[in-house]
Structure formats: C-alpha cells, structure tokens
Ligand binder design. Sequence first.
Ligand code: ELD
Length: 523
Amino acid sequence: MALGCLQRLQVWLFKALVGLLFAVFRLLSPSSGVSGRKLPPITDPLLALSATQLAKKIRRREVSGKYTEVTVEDALLMTETHRTEFSAALQEAAQVDKLIEEETGGEEVLEDRLPLLGVPLSVKESFSLQGMPNATGLISRRGFVSTVDAPPVALLKRAGAIPLGVTNTSELCMWCESNNHLHGITRNPYDLDRIPGGSSGGEGSILGGAGAVIGIGADIGGSIRMPCFFCGVFGHKTTPGIVSNENQYPPYSGRQEEYVSTGPMCRYAEDLLPMLKIMAGPKVNMLSLNTKVDLKKLRFFTIPHDGGSMMTYPVNKDLMQIQKQVVQRLEADLGVKVQEVHFPELKYGFQIWTTYMGLPDDKGKPPQPFAELMGEPGRPVWPLWELLKRFLGKSEHTAAAIGLGLLEMSPLSKPSASVIQLKEKLQKEMEELLGTDGVLLYPSHPRVAPKHHHPLFRPFDFAYTGVINILGLPVTQCPLGLNDEGLPLGVQVVAGKLQDHLTLAMALYLEKTFGGWRDPGAN
Ligand SMILES: CCCCCCCC/C=C\CCCCCCCC(N)=O
C-alpha cells in the first residue's frame, strides 16, 4: 500500500481545501479581457511549411533565405501571446542566400552539410543561447545573458537553423503553466484565456501559432509533452542520456539527470526525426533512427487512464474517446490487435515521480532543494514566508513555485520504500510488455488546455506525463485534432528504451490519419 491512512487523510484535506480555494478564486477573479479570443488565421502559406519542406525550398532558391523575416514579423505580432526575447536572427538570415551561392557541390552536398539551412528555430529560455537571457523566470537572474550555446542548440545552429530567440517558461521550469514575475504570462494560441502548458510553454505557444518552425524543449515531468499537447503540436521526449542536457538552468542534481530529456518540438511529424538526428550528436548511433518501421509488425497497447489515482482527476471524455478512435483506426488500417492493459501502479504516478526526484545520486549526494534554487546563491527562500508575502502581493515568486517549496517540506515528498518497490515492479512489467517492438498509448493529461491559473487547484494531473520520465522511456506527444471548443486533443505514444524510432513512426501515421497540427485561427 503506497498511501498510509495519514497520507490519505492529508490528500483528502488538501483536496477539500483546494476545492474551497478554487470556488473563492473563481468568484473573485476579474475577467482576463481575452476570453474566447484566439490568434487570427495564418495568411502567408510559407508559415504553414514544415522545416523539411522549407529547407528544401531554400536550398533550391524557391524561397529566399530571408524567409526568417516572415516568421519574425509573424512572431512579433504574437509576442503578447508567447513572450519571446528576439535574437539577431535577421542578420543571420541575411547570410543564408550567400551560403547557398557559395556552395559549389550542389543541393545534395548542401543538404548533407546544412540540412536545416534557413529554418527559424525557437529555444526554451532554460537553454543557453549565446547573447540571450537565461533567467528561467527568476527575478534574481534578471540580466543574466548566456555566453555559450547549449550543445543541442549549437548542433541545430551548425545544421543551419536560425535561432529567433528564447521563449518563456514557468519559474525554474517546474510547473505546467508558463507564467512568472519576470517575463509575465504566456498564452495558448487556440484560446488566449488558457494555458499553453509548461515548462516549455513559450515553445508550445510560438510553434502552435506558427511563429517558429521548430523548437527545442526539455522534459523532466512533462515539460515537452504538456505544451505540445495543449498547443496541438508534436514533441518528443527522447530516451534519456542521448541528447545532452548541459548548459540548462536550473541544473539537474541527485538522480534527476536520469529522468530529464531534451528533445525536438515542431508542427509536423516529419521534422521530429531529422531534428533528433542532429540534436543527438555523437550518441545518435545508440538509436535506430535509420531503421524503417513496419507498423503492421508492431504490438500495440492502450491504457485509458491511471486506474483511479487519489491525486489526479478523471480523464475527460473527449480524450478517452479520441484514444478509442486511435485504437479503432489502428485495428482497421493495419489489421493489428490493440490490447487494453492496466497497471495498478500507475495510480501512484505522482508519488513515484516525487520520490525519485528526491533521491540522491550514486555518490549519495541529494538533489539541490527547490527552495535553494528559488533563492540567491547561499540564501534559500523560506516557502512559508514567501506564501505570506504572496498573499500580500509582495513575493517575487509564483504561487506554484512557493507550493513546490512547501511540498518539498511535506511528508508527501519524502522518499518511501514502498513507492520504490511499486516503481521497480512497474518498470519491470512495462519493459517486459514493450520489449523492442511494443507501442503504448497513454493519455497526455486528464483534460485539454485549462484556463490560466486553474492548474493551481489540480496540481498533480501532470503525473500522467511525469511517471513516464521516471520509467526512462521515450515518448512522442501527438496531436489528434480539436474538440468542439476548438482546443487540441492528443495522446502520448510510448515505446521501450532506445526504441524512439517506433514512436516517431507512429507520429507520422497519426498525423496522416488525424490531420496533425491545425491553424488556431481557422474555423
Ligand atoms: C496552491 C498551489 C499549489 C502548488 C502545489 C505544487 C505541487 C505540485 C507538485 C509538482 C508539480 C511539478 C510539475 C512538473 C511540471 C513539469 C516539469 C518539467 N520540467 O518537466
């Protein structure tokens, strides 16, 4: 039993208190002024191209390398939505046509040397991008400018991509809403009154709104997948240990390096694989990205929900329905049988995530406390004091960050032997199930993009993504069209360790079958 009587009582009391606070919040909160608004339709067809198509057109000189101007103009129009800090992208774009002119080896050589030449790239602000801020939503890091490029950023730049700038995150990348007191709030392109997800929410927003063509995110609890889900784009959480996590802020400590993954985010499934090949650098050969996948030969599984956790809310019926439709289409199109499976341990996804996030590394060194990261060097914040200040409107920290600081002090986040046993059992069962040819469908989140601040009252729903981090499995977030309110639907596609090529092949299939990304402005 993972939850003792005392812990159950704590959870119920927490839920009751939060329910009450939510009612008060809804009663007192003023109108956002953006209710029901979304981005206008995309008018320039160039903005609807994938990176693969765009790079080809640029190489063939069908589109000028100055294409970036179109994107920057579009992105600038939407800056209120995603809160991007722009780089010197236009100067770099000006070099593209010159590079093409100078290449004497022809299109193929150019493709080999600079596969992403001229493609606009956005970068999550937690990654170092030379000359750009790297504050990760912390007021105390205001003015901090990166002097280097994080390795995957450098690799994408070397492949010819043009970094537009850095995009907003949650405070210290530890929340599913990208809001902080340094840069402000990031909005969802499909409904400005809703969250774009987090922590790579600026990425989700700018990509969903067609302000950048490709992006880069990192994910230790769902930070690539939640924004991709809420903003209707593709994202891949790579098998950990393949793409470098260096030069990101905050740094990972304790066992966290085992669970964090850097990966590609984009509007079109065909861009995931070439991006990953570049971002993986020398470790690309650990994956089988050149292997052709025959979907008919795979084994398919579906899990409709986490089995009724006390911490998460039930999966919304539109999401249950769309996952069923995926199952039906797979069976009809490929002639396969999709088996519904259940793992009782998934109910404890939140406890598994929080336990493993707090474990020490192999030398016994514990992770750096969150309260320490929130403070200035050598001066950790006191979460209770910050909470009091928050109520008075005087704290420079967000409610979510303060909540996490408090959670760190509570018995819920103390590593528990029974939770470790549960996770070990789940890991074994999941690895046996998936092997090297299994693919699993699992909900991305219990509901579609929530309204701003609402996740504060349902803080544990991220367990749907978080538990997959602790299992160390690769997973691709795939969009599956829109619901009746015009909000993106989607699903997580999970495979065994190092079998990233399987989930990427599934992304292509699901895009073809369900239509992939939709223009938020179109009806
Ligand atoms: C009233 C405020 C309540 C706030 C309570 C906060 C406690 C929630 C616990 C953990 C939230 C972690 C969310 C992880 C989000 C994604 C992280 C990532 N970088 O991948």
